[in-house]
Design a protein around this ligand. Structure first.
Ligand code: NDP
Length: 279
């Protein structure tokens, strides 16, 4: 039986509809409208697209949003000054600096400058530390979206063998942490992992966040496994994931598509974090 598809687009729409209701109720009760500031430095076309998608999503649910487009020629100090202003701006509850920053900027210094209470991406070291220690915090948006997708199929992760491919600070590591918190037995793989295919074959839940088109083949997947494909790559004019969708869907129990999988969930979780920041 082919895998059942976890429809990220549909799930994200449900989350956005719920948020729209919640925001309406907040505003009707006399509370402030949640506000998000998105900071984009330089003219990376993919970043420009992501930023405009995030702004459109804000408008749809009733989040006030501001876009700060800055030239790549500005200094790091000037960028920090913009963040400083946003940190103090009462209209703004969430600040997102679109990554990657152009060459010459120290991303960690820039992220560290965002007030942790406004760090809706969950990238500030204070928020990462809170996540590690199981404290309430902003969960990074893509990992939060992955967990929502798993929850949507009603899987009990306790005792399940989870394999995460990719160890970035924004996806792989926090996903692994969240799976661990839910009592999965977690293996993290990366570019230096020996026999990656064999590691993947052990997984009841396989999360792939690499950025290598169709890396994961059908014979890497345990029959019936849940496969979450985070990767996004352009191959010609086509957007593909890290999982060879057509062949893996014949083996997996559940599978996320690309596009229409984790991507829309990431944006929905950004909106969720922004509303939480305003409360
Ligand atoms: P990074 O480049 O920061 O990390 C990639 C990870 O993959 C690294 O840990 C790297 O290992 C590992 N890796 C690279 N090649 C291999 C390989 N051949 N075998 C095993 N592991 C490998 O990427 P991100 O985590 O930021 O993003 C990963 C993918 O997810 C990208 O395609 C990105 O576009 C996508 N993405 C999608 C989002 C969404 O909303 N759907 C949001 C964020 C990202 P090592 O550490 O050893 O170098």
């Amino acid at each position: 039986m082919p895998a059942r598809i976890i429809d990220g687009k549909l799930l994200a729409k449900q989350i956005r509809d719920d948020l729209a209701q919640k925001i309406k109720a907040m505003v009707n009760a006399g509370n402030q409208q949640p506000g998000l500031a998105v900071v984009l430095v330089g003219d990376n076309p993919a970043s420009q697209l992501y930023v405009s998608m995030k702004q459109k999503a804000c408008a749809e649910v009733g989040i006030y949003s501001e876009e700060h487009r800055l030239p790549a020629s500005i200094s790091q100090e000037e960028l920090l000054a913009v963040i400083e202003r946003l940190n103090k701006d009462p209209k703004i509850h969430g600040i997102l600096v679109q990554l990657p920053l152009p060459e010459g900027f120290d991303e960690q210094v820039v992220i560290n400058h965002i007030k942790p209470e406004k760090d809706v991406d969950g990238f500030h070291p204070i928020n990462i530390g809170k996540l590690q220690t199981g404290q309430k915090t902003f969960v990074p948006c893509t990992p939060a979206g992955v967990m929502k997708m798993l929850d949507s199929i009603g899987i009990d992760l306790t005792g399940k063998k989870a394999v995460v491919v990719g160890r970035s600070n924004i996806v792989g590591k926090p996903v692994a942490q969240l799976l661990l918190q839910r009592n999965a037995t977690v293996t993290i793989c990366h570019s230096k992992t020996n026999n990656l295919a064999e590691e993947c074959r052990q997984a009841d839940v396989l999360v792939v966040a690499v950025g290598h088109p169709e890396l994961v083949k059908a014979d890497w997947v345990k029959p019936g496994a849940v496969v979450i494909d985070v990767g996004i790559s352009k191959v010609g004019s086509k957007t593909v994931g890290d999982v060879a969708f057509d062949e893996v869907k014949e083996v997996a129990g559940w599978l996320t598509p690309v596009p229409g999988g984790v991507g829309p969930m990431t944006i929905a979780m950004l909106l969720t974090n922004t509303v939480a920041a305003a409360n």
